[in-house]
Design a protein around this ligand. Sequence first.
Ligand code: ZN
Length: 147
Amino acid sequence: MNLDNLYQEVILDHYKHPENKKLSVEKDIQVHHLNPSCGDEVTLNLTLESGRISNISWEGNGCSISMASTSIMSTLLMGKSPDDAKKILDSFMELMQSKGSAKGDELILEDAVAFAGVSKYPARIKCALLGWMAYKDASLQVEAKSK
Ligand code: ZN
């Protein structure tokens, strides 16, 4: 099995068995993001407690890339401090902007490196980024509220 097939498996697995895909009752903030070019949508709940992301949960509909990416994002950021989450987010953004030239840092991105190939397809980058942008929006709103 080559790397592309392996990555395809990771994405399909998260699409079929998404993590944290059930909106929590408690939340600090809820955001709703759309990717009109593909028809993907995500609603994301974020809760911070003692300087950590104590919960990220989501609900959504869309293509396998958008749903799998949101699922992987939720597992990666759960329990992290907002600063660590930002490092992971920045690393993923960088990968998506690489136009297929980067492999992604597996130590930081873990399963999210499976989306490296997506960066060659501008139309699909928005799919892969949807959940991550929802998190970014939610975290900025929580930060603004706490000031
Ligand atoms: Zn999509």
